[in-house]
Design a protein around this ligand. Structure first.
Ligand code: DNO
Length: 357
């Protein structure tokens, strides 16, 4: 396992590379050029500048999260050709600078979704990301996007870039006639073009699951269960067509057994990296994010790490969203303190697993 930390870049992350380096056991970051709109080529100069900075801090940058997929590719519009070409150029450029894994998602319109970005946890006064389907029912997609942007303390959040808001209504209209099967056809078209390039340059694509793990606003979503990911494997069967096993996203649906999912896809060599975090179920399609420690939520992080050790021990792992604690303010889910605690806890589980063999 290589322990990593998500980093948004020096101009938009209040967490510095030096702070990340000081967390015990950090091998590197999961990097992001957050100023690049979906569909644009990431140039060699931009990549070099970013990665040189990471290396100068004594960290690696072998994972990029995310290179976002343009909606025209997901919708299968003729203009997708240009965006796929750009995506391929970005893959080639990233490979030249040592990137091994690209995390992305194929969720229509929305990346992750929450109804409250700072829900106070009564027991200790910390706050975390929260989701309640009942609240979604009273909102339109435009309402939720506006609310998310307003609530994110001035920080950009992945998947919620302002330029996408401008196009939201048109995009939603396009999706009205698109079924889950249509989306899979478009996904296959994309994979068939990019995976051979990935194989050639030594990059693995890591698809992030739908978050939450069910369809929202009637949009087709095709990546939220073991069965869904089996279908994604079948679209283009290659180790380069892999997943980012996000325990909290898949785990938002209690029907998904996360250690089982890890073992299932780990044995097939289809897990390139993992986001490890915990979820607390509060009712039907209602949950909040918890501290990483198993007993504070409903997922068993020890079992998840054991499954990783048994079936895919060499993957990149990062602590995922943290709560806001100790008065920290910042990008929701991506503060320093609770994620650092999460990394340390995961490292502790890992050490115990190794020593118990
Ligand atoms: C949420 C993240 C996701 C993830 C993307 C990958 O906090 O895990 O935004 O980075 O879905 O494209």
């Amino acid at each position: 396992m290589k322990m990593t930390f998500r980093w948004y870049g020096k101009d938009s992350d209040p967490v510095s590379l030096q702070m990340i380096k000081q967390i015990p056991g950090m091998s590197g970051i999961m990097g992001f050029l957050d100023y690049k709109p979906a569909g644009e080529v990431w140039t060699e100069d931009e990549i070099k500048d970013y990665i040189d900075g990471v290396h100068a801090a004594g960290l690696e940058c072998e994972v990029i999260e995310s290179v976002n997929v343009h909606e025209d590719i997901k919708m299968g519009l003729p203009s997708r050709e240009k965006y796929i070409e750009n995506y391929i150029t970005t893959i080639r450029n990233l490979a030249k600078y040592g990137v091994k894994v690209i995390v992305y998602n194929f969720m229509p319109v929305f990346d992750w979704l929450r109804t409250d970005l700072a829900r106070v946890i009564e027991e200790d006064g910390s706050n975390s990301l929260y989701y309640d389907e009942e609240e979604i029912k009273g909102m339109t997609p435009v309402d939720i996007v506006k609310k998310t942007i307003e609530d994110c303390n001035g920080f950009s959040l992945p998947g919620w870039e302002p330029e996408r808001l401008a196009e939201l209504e048109t995009t939603l209209k396009h999706y009205e006639n698109l079924t889950a099967d249509d989306l899979r056809v478009n996904y296959k078209y994309f994979l068939d073009k990019i995976i051979p390039v990935c194989e050639e340059v030594g990059i693995r694509m890591a698809c992030h699951p739908d978050d939450p793990a069910w369809p929202i606003f009637g949009l087709p979503r095709i990546a939220h269960s073991i069965e869904d990911f089996d279908k994604i494997v079948a679209l283009h069967d290659s180790p380069a067509n892999a997943f980012c096993l996000c325990s909290g996203s898949l785990g938002s649906n209690p029907a998904n057994d996360i250690p089982e999912a890890v073992r299932h896809f780990g044995k097939m060599d289809r897990i390139a990296c993992a986001h490890v975090r915990n979820v607390k179920y509060l009712g039907e399609r209602r949950f909040r994010e918890a501290a990483h420690l198993s007993s504070t939520g409903d997922l068993d992080l020890y079992e998840i790490m054991k499954a990783i050790d048994e079936t895919c021990p060499d993957i990149y792992v990062r602590p995922d969203h943290g709560r806001m604690i100790w008065g920290e303010t910042g990008r929701p889910g991506y503060g320093l303190y609770d994620r650092a605690l999460g990394a340390t806890y995961i490292n502790g589980l890992w050490e115990a697993i190794q020593k118990n063999k």
